[in-house]
Ligand binder design. Structure first.
Ligand code: NAD
Length: 446
């Protein structure tokens, strides 16, 4: 028989049995598709340099080139005209509910209470939070409109008390921004909306232009141009700007045992795989029978064929994995080593396994907690560490928009107690001026 037409080919993941793998093969499974960051940084540099040197003129030219939008101004300032944010009532209400939930969860994370500790008698140390004054939020817009990303970045900036919130997103060819994103910009109190995307938007945020306010920290996901530009400007001391975290393609790891519903598991895998052809999804089976794995595979295939993004799924699912393990402990250990952006637990007594999670961006517990809820509206943030960075990074949260300042006040008696310790340590390091700053006071107090 002739080979099946490509369109009819089954949409299928690759399967590995953890007990059969060498340590090298196991660590290979933990790797993500390679990111060509150095190459991309070199490619985006001329764009970033152009905006830095020529400001608005470069921004307008690059926006015409890449977004096909002929603009005369780069920035919209509030109050935004009502016509720019006209929405169907159902969409507006959905955004309002998502906004309220995300705000409730992120407001609860604010740390404005001052921490005060007397470490020795008369030695009082304290710590207090302050908002980062000016922040830039990149909302991708090349292939989709993403009001959810605007919410996930804008709400914590708002509750943290950032004074300037500059939201950047590529304009549509007619020069406008989608009304959904404009409405969120209005809700979160954005002080400017920059109508630009890619490396040029990041450069404008990092250095400022005649019309674009310079910011202190840049947040948000984006394609490889955006990511490379963020990495570039963060390393430029002239820009004096930081970024939220290294970004890579989206991922999910689903742990499932025999109690899991195959249709739910497949739907969860596909909801992540549809992001892009680089997305990686991993199913970790806990003692699933061959028949149970086959049932999930049938669901993945059938559901994928019925979805609008079937062509993306065909490629991302083919790169994805099924890893067979023989206990929940083994599955969680594998997940901790993989450090997924999203972890979905479809296990009996799912909530009892959360305590064992060491590395993950965000965890979704039990059969009725699809990742989509966290992506849009439950309250948690969806800007999360990918590529294994969940080992050392948190997802975006309210603290990402604050910094902490420490302070101390020492009394004369406090210095009598602490001073000799400091003099000894300073002398030991050979830093006489440090020791002297204490000695001079101790002598004055005699
Ligand atoms: P985008 O806004 O990131 O990029 C569009 C911009 O890229 C354009 O405005 C243009 O300036 C620039 N660009 C495109 N081609 C270029 C070229 N050849 N040379 C120079 N610049 C060029 O939108 P996108 O492309 O749709 O990508 C969105 C990305 O964001 C996807 O990778 C998606 O997975 C990711 N994303 C991630 C999350 C998350 O939370 N992890 C959420 C939403 C989106």
């Amino acid at each position: 028989a002739p080979p099946p037409l490509v369109e009819d080919a089954p949409i299928k993941m690759r399967t590995y049995d953890l007990s059969q793998l060498s340590p090298e093969a196991r660590s290979q499974l933990l790797r993500r598709p390679v990111l060509k960051s150095e190459e991309m940084i070199a490619k985006v540099k001329p764009i970033v340099d152009d905006v830095r040197k020529r400001g608005d003129a470069a921004l307008l030219e690059l926006t015409a080139k890449f977004d096909k939008a002929k603009l005369t101004t780069t920035v919209e300032f509030p109050p935004f005209v009502p016509e720019s944010m006209q929405l169907e009532p159902a969409i507006r209400e959905a955004i309002d509910v998502a906004y309220a939930n995300v705000r409730k969860f992120h407001a609860a994370q604010t740390q404005d209470s001052t921490l005060v500790v007397e470490t020795m008698p008369g030695v009082v140390c304290s710590r207090f939070a302050r908002p980062i004054a000016r922040v830039g939020l990149y909302v991708p817009g090349g292939t989709a409109i993403l009001p959810s990303t605007a919410l996930m970045l804008g709400v914590p900036a708002q509750v943290a008390g950032c004074k300037e919130i500059v939201l950047a997103t590529p304009p549509r060819p007619d020069g406008t921004i989608s009304p959904e994103v404009m409405y969120v910009a209005h809700l979160v109190g954005a002080s400017a909306v920059l109508k630009a995307g890619g490396g040029q938007a990041v450069a404008a945020l990092a250095y400022g232009t005649e019309t674009v306010p310079k910011v202190d920290k840049i947040f948000g996901p984006g394609n490889q141009w955006v990511t490379a530009a963020k990495m570039l400007v963060q390393n430029d001391t002239d820009a004096l700007v930081s970024i939220d975290m290294p970004a890579g393609p989206s991922e999910v790891l689903v742990i499932a045992d025999a109690t899991a519903n195959p249709a739910f598991v497949a739907a969860d895998l596909l909801s992540q795989a549809e992001h892009g052809i680089d997305s990686q999804v991993v199913l970790v089976s806990v003692n699933l029978s061959d028949e149970a794995v086959a049932a999930i595979e049938r669901e993945v295939d059938a559901q994928a064929h019925a979805l609008p993004r079937v062509e993306i799924l065909r490629q991302s699912v083919a790169k994805s994995l099924i890893v067979r393990t023989s206990s929940p402990e083994e599955a969680i250990t594998f997940s901790n080593d993989y450090a997924p952006e999203h972890l979905i637990i479809h296990l009996e007594n799912a909530s009892s396994w959360v305590a064992a999670v060491q590395n993950a961006g965000s965890v979704f517990v039990g059969p009725f907690t699809p990742e989509s809820c966290g992506d849009y509206a439950s309250g948690t943030n969806h800007t999360l560490p990918t590529n294994g960075y969940a080992r050392q990074f948190s997802g975006v949260n309210t603290l990402s928009f604050q910094k902490h300042i420490t302070s101390q006040e020492i009394t004369a008696d406090g210095l009598r107690g602490l001073g000799p310790v400091v003099v000894t340590l300073a002398d030991c390091e050979g830093l006489g001026a440090h020791a002297n700053a204490v000695r001079i006071r101790l002598l004055a107090m005699q």
